[in-house]
Design a protein around this ligand. Structure first.
Ligand code: ZN
Length: 216
């Protein structure tokens, strides 16, 4: 599959045309915009759509190592979201260049573990920007024995050692709301990694905010 180079998260022409067509069909059917055919929508279209709603920095901005597609499995319909942290040292960088390097390093670590690609689908940096990780076309590799239908979102940092930034928390809430809407995911299906595996991830200083999202 080809990547759409769109590092500023701006709407490209094809995405605009797709949205335009959807809008027109919705209007013709008398449907509100919210009635999108969620789970059947192609992952690339979902990323384009999210990009217009929240701004997503595309993989082309950070990727430097080829994906091992043979190790990836096609995603099944998404029914849950799991939140993670990076979990090493505290991270507060906001420069896009440094963030790109960090995400690239995470991918490198995951490839060294014989994963096909970075484990997470979406990454949120300290400045609150969203970065595209593994394509949503492929199942994630972020939660042992619980990756099926599970969107992996990782916030850069170690929330045992640092507080998440206000911008990260705001983006996390927005992103989870948009993904829930897109895939019709119930609030009760939002998890911190520690809810599903014996781990401290996503850290004690982030986890309460994840638990809060499950109550909404
Ligand atoms: Zn985790």
């Amino acid at each position: 599959m080809s990547e759409t180079a769109n590092p500023n998260g701006m709407l490209d022409r094809r995405a605009f045309l797709r949205l335009g067509a959807f809008g027109a069909i919705s209007a013709w059917l008398g449907l509100p915009a919210a009635a999108a055919p969620a789970r059947s929508m192609a992952p690339r279209t979902v990323i384009d759509l999210l990009g217009t709603q929240i701004g997503i920095i595309r993989r082309s901005a950070w990727i430097r190592t080829p994906i091992n597609y043979a190790r990836l499995r096609a995603a099944s319909p998404y029914t849950r979201i799991t939140l993670h942290h990076t979990g090493n040292q505290a991270l507060r960088m906001t420069s896009p260049h440094l963030v790109a390097q960090e995400i690239s390093n995470v991918q490198g670590a995951h490839l060294a573990l014989h994963y096909g690609d970075i484990a997470y689908h979406l990454i949120v940096d300290y400045a609150g920007r969203v970065w595209e990780g593994r394509s949503l076309a492929y199942e994630g590799a972020h939660t042992l024995n619980a990756n099926e239908g599970n969107i992996g979102v990782m916030l850069l940092g170690n929330f045992e050692k640092q507080e998440p930034s206000a911008a990260q928390l705001a983006t996390q809430a927005n992103l989870v709301a948009l993904l829930r809407h897109q895939y019709r995911i119930r609030a009760s299906r939002i998890y911190g990694h520690r809810d599903l595996s014996p781990t401290i991830c996503p850290g004690g200083r982030l986890y309460p905010y994840v638990a809060q999202l499950r109550q909404t």
